[in-house]
Design a protein around this ligand. Structure first.
Ligand code: COA
Length: 341
């Protein structure tokens, strides 16, 4: 999918980002606690990743619980009611139900006028979902969309694999989009490359089971996350600056015009490398990795919500955002935060 610039055909209506929300998993697990389980230590994890702790859901806390709480809080900030929603898009790779968890979120919220469905693009999912929702709004087909990024990778992490388990956590974040005169999605560029996808997977089990005489079926279930950390790292530090630079150029925006860089929170070293490549001061790079680790589709809206609520991001601020991860998938969007009226 290629770039769409505001002001070029076919945008009809602007898309405003008018509210944000987030929800956190109940348990805090520190690096020191993880070292009880695998051969690691706080210093290694902090130095290599910037992560100090992560949040992990309790067995009683569902993905739908997290997603609904984040969505509710975005609605409250925006001053809109659940019945005002036309669309709920849930970006997740870890639904409670493989048939889709968005309709359960819709029911929890009481958003009786909204159609709701899941979208899966791993850690790029939230950005892909914002762009997808915006298309419904631009055409006038819908007026308001709640975009939620929520993941519980703790269910699929191999907690005995120190190379990956230290990176991930659970969480949810949400943004409310509404048609407005001032456009908040100034451009985007989304990319996929399945030929390189083997470096990061949450694969289905590959087991045959007997069905009837002479026939077998493929058994259900998934294996834990499999990751080649160094290859994923190289992918991120090559592709993320490239997609951001391409987007900014096509939007005729220079990096120094940005108020914030809002990247998928995977590793502090990746955030720093991208900022350096764009010649952006580290003070403009939003990071909450130390508290949450990588919460997959939730990182970008979780970070956005935190910075909106503590006053760092203000109405009118210009943000360059980039998501990247399994697929491989990656992308960037140029956003202007509007906030509630
Ligand atoms: N604690 C202590 N030691 C660890 C460790 C841990 N948690 N994980 C790995 N090590 C060890 C390795 O076994 C290796 O030891 P060896 O040299 O004796 O074999 C050593 O540390 C270096 O491992 P390496 O894999 O080269 O480290 P790295 O500098 O590449 O850092 C990652 C590993 C995973 C932190 C890094 O590659 C990374 O962040 N990649 C991107 C992953 C990511 O973001 N995934 C999600 C994308 S959406």
């Amino acid at each position: 999918m290629d770039l769409l610039l505001a002001g070029q055909s076919p945008p009809i209506l602007g898309v405003g980002l008018i509210g944000s929300g987030s929800a956190q998993a109940a348990q805090v697990i520190s690096n020191d606690q993880l070292s009880q389980r695998v051969d690691t230590n706080d210093e290694w994890i902090r130095t290599r990743t910037g992560i100090g702790r992560r949040r992990v859901s309790t067995p009683g806390q569902s993905l739908v619980d997290l997603a609904a709480e984040a969505g509710r809080s975005a609605l409250t900030m925006a001053g809109r009611s659940p019945q005002d929603l036309d669309l709920i898009l849930l970006a997740t790779s870890t639904p409670d139900d493989l048939f889709g968890s968005a309709p359960r979120v819709q029911a929890e919220l009481g958003a009786t006028n909204a159609v709701a469905f899941d979208l899966t693009a791993a850690c790029s999912g939230f950005l892909f979902a914002v762009v997808t929702a915006a298309q419904y709004l631009r055409t006038g087909a819908m007026r308001r969309a709640l975009v939620i990024g929520a993941d519980q990778l703790s269910r699929f992490v191999d907690w005995d694999d120190r190379r990956s388990c230290v990176l991930f956590g659970d969480g949810a974040g949400a943004v409310l989009l509404e048609t407005t005169h001032q456009d908040g999605l100034l451009g985007f560029q989304l990319q996929s490359d399945g030929s390189r996808g083997a470096v990061l997977n949450l694969p289905a089990v590959d087991i045959s089971a007997p069905l009837v005489d002479g026939a077998e079926h493929r058994a259900g279930g998934y294996r834990p996350i499999e990751m080649n950390g160094q290859e994923v790292y190289k992918f991120a530090v090559r592709e993320v600056p490239a997609v951001l630079q391409s987007l900014l150029k096509r939007c005729d925006v220079s990096p120094d015009q940005l108020d914030w860089l809002l990247l998928h929170q995977a590793n502090q070293r990746i955030l720093d490398a991208v900022a350096d490549r764009l010649s952006l001061p580290r003070t403009k790079v939003l990071s909450n990795l130390s508290s949450y680790g990588n919460t997959s589709a939730a990182t970008i809206p979780l970070m956005l919500d935190e910075a909106v609520r503590d006053g760092r991001i203000r109405s009118g601020d210009l943000l360059a955002s980039s998501g990247f991860g399994a697929g491989l998938s990656w992308g960037a969007a140029l956003l202007r935060w509007q906030g509630p009226a």
